[in-house]
Design a binder for this molecule. Structure first.
Ligand SMILES: C[S@@+](CC[C@H](N)C(=O)[O-])C[C@H]1O[C@@H](n2cnc3c(N)ncnc32)[C@H](O)[C@@H]1O
Length: 249
């Protein structure tokens, strides 16, 4: 990633409680569906960002967690948070999710909150499966259409920035197609905390970032896009939203 763009993302997301949608409660709820796993599972958190989910996984499991992300500055923040919390079972590795360099069947659990969109839901669940031990779990959150009979402006918006975004029934079919059992799935809308963790602080923080990048057209466009994303979510969240899927190999 180009240095200046990377710095922009760091300025945008590093000061927030997290870089993507979610909450301690959604992480805990998703984890509660993982019934048959070893006492000390080996977990890979993919696109961990500044690590709210990673820290929570470390607290609720006795496992060893590897957190990967392409922005090492996010991982540095994650490490600091872990150390403040007295957590020593997290390793951070700068690595891209499209070329994960671990052997087949290394992990009991793969975790990915709000990051699979980078390669798309289908590519993610397909290409990561080899990393799971037999009967291992993949827990993923991603944006889906609940009803694609939505106003054209919001369809066009998401088609332009996340063309692989699926309808809920398509995502469920895809999980079956790639040989997983869907153990559970739930909507984030049922947990108001995720809004507090992301869109509210982001909205408050945007003017500062806008000021810093006022001379940079491409970054201003990115900020406008983010404002649009928040506004659309306020208006149209009955048509789409974030979903957690817990599946087993
Ligand atoms: C929306 S954030 C989610 C972060 C975190 N899971 C959370 O919920 O707060 C997406 C994360 O994916 C990371 N990312 C983007 N492209 C990546 C890639 N190719 N490989 C690994 N991580 C990537 C970003 O740096 C960012 O931390």
């Amino acid at each position: 990633m180009e240095e200046e763009l990377k710095q922009f993302y760091i300025d945008l997301f590093a000061p927030l409680p997290r870089c993507g949608p979610g909450s301690v409660e959604t992480t805990r709820k998703a984890f509660s569906f993982l019934k048959s796993q070893p006492k000390d599972p080996k977990i890979l958190d993919i696109g961990a960002g500044t690590g709210m989910s990673t820290i929570e996984l470390a607290k609720i499991s006795d496992g060893k967690i590897i957190a990967i992300d392409i922005i090492h500055e996010y991982l540095d923040i994650l490490k600091k948070k872990a150390s403040i919390n007295g957590i020593d079972n997290i390793e951070t590795v700068k690595m891209s999710m499209d070329s994960i360099e671990y052997k087949d069947e290394t992990f009991d659990i793969l975790w990915s909150e709000g990051s699979i969109f980078v390669i798309g839901f289908e590519e993610g669940i397909k290409s990561w499966k080899r990393l799971l031990k037999p009967e291992g779990y993949l827990a993923v959150s991603d944006m889906v259409w609940f009803n694609k009979d939505a106003p054209i402006e919001v369809i066009e918006f998401w088609d332009s920035c996340y063309p692989q975004m699926l309808e809920l029934n398509e995502a469920i079919e895809m999980i079956k197609k790639y040989g997983y059992n869907l153990i559970a799935n739930f909507k984030f809308q049922e947990d108001p905390d995720w809004w507090e963790n992301l869109y509210i602080p982001l909205e408050n923080h945007l003017p500062e970032v806008k000021k810093k990048y006022s001379h940079k057209k491409e970054f201003l466009a990115e900020i406008e896009f983010t404002e649009q994303e928040i506004n659309f979510f306020k208006k149209y969240s009955n048509f789409y939203g974030y979903m957690f899927y817990i599946m087993q190999k």
